[in-house]
Write a protein that binds this ligand. Structure first.
Ligand SMILES: [Zn+2]
Length: 235
């Protein structure tokens, strides 16, 4: 069995706090075989991490969290940015053109200005056969969702659909990496893609963080990350 966390943010996200090296070494430390870096509307960190990952003994899938007009969408196995602001359907079809696949993260979740896809938007998009072939998973467990009830809604939505169930951390700080993950047959990114398409991934939950812990940890780490950001900007 392999273990994957496909929703991680780094300092290349406006709201991430972890350097690429910190993400990769933590991923290895917590036993993840495959990870995806999915910064908000930014792919530069993911592309850079691809060059570094093998030295840390984890496999990295390039990804991005795209702000669509209908809410956030995760895209994987693409190496170029997809514009923000397109509709969900347009965005999924663009990812498809680029050879990637998508997962709907934290559907119906709210909080902190986050815009999530609604159940209706997902159901409507899946009526398009090309979208259904590309939008292949729903994040039914997001370990750092501020409103815990959204995981429950996401599970109900996914249970009525022929779609992969995915667990992720949505980590914005190093310590949250792996708190949510997916188990899959095999241990490579190629195995994971097969498992997603065959809808055989299984959610692995670690302990859930409280809202206080999530916000407190993020604030502390964000202050620390200012120095890493300054260093990056100076490069
Ligand atoms: Zn995210």
């Amino acid at each position: 069995m392999g273990l994957a966390d496909l929703h991680l943010h780094t300092i290349y996200s406006y709201d991430g706090t972890a350097s690429l090296a910190a993400v990769l070494s933590r991923a290895k430390q917590v036993g993840l075989d495959v990870i995806a870096i999915t910064d908000h509307d930014e792919i530069a960190g993911a592309l850079k991490a691809m060059e570094l990952a093998s030295a840390y003994g984890v496999e990295l899938i390039p990804g991005i969290e795209i702000t669509t007009a209908d809410g956030d969408l995760l895209a994987f196995f693409i190496t170029e940015k997809v514009d923000a602001g397109l509709s969900l359907i347009e965005t999924v079809l663009r990812v498809r053109e680029l050879g990637g696949v998508c997962i709907a993260p934290h559907p119906m979740a709210g909080g902190m200005g986050m815009k999530s896809l609604s159940g209706c938007a997902i159901l409507n998009a899946l009526r398009n056969p090309q979208v259904a072939e590309t939008l292949i998973g729903i994040e039914v467990y997001n370990a750092t969702a501020l409103d815990k009830i959204s995981n429950h809604y996401a599970r109900i939505l996914a249970s009525g659909l022929d779609i992969a169930h995915v667990g992720n951390s949505d980590a914005h700080v190093v310590d949250a990496i792996g708190l949510g993950a997916s188990e899959f047959e095999g241990n490579t990114a190629a195995d994971l893609l097969i498992a997603l398409k065959n809808k055989t991934t299984k959610v692995r939950k670690q302990y859930e963080w409280s809202m206080f812990k999530i916000m407190g940890s993020w604030a502390l780490n964000y202050i620390g990350s200012v120095f890493i950001r300054l260093g990056l900007a100076a490069q």
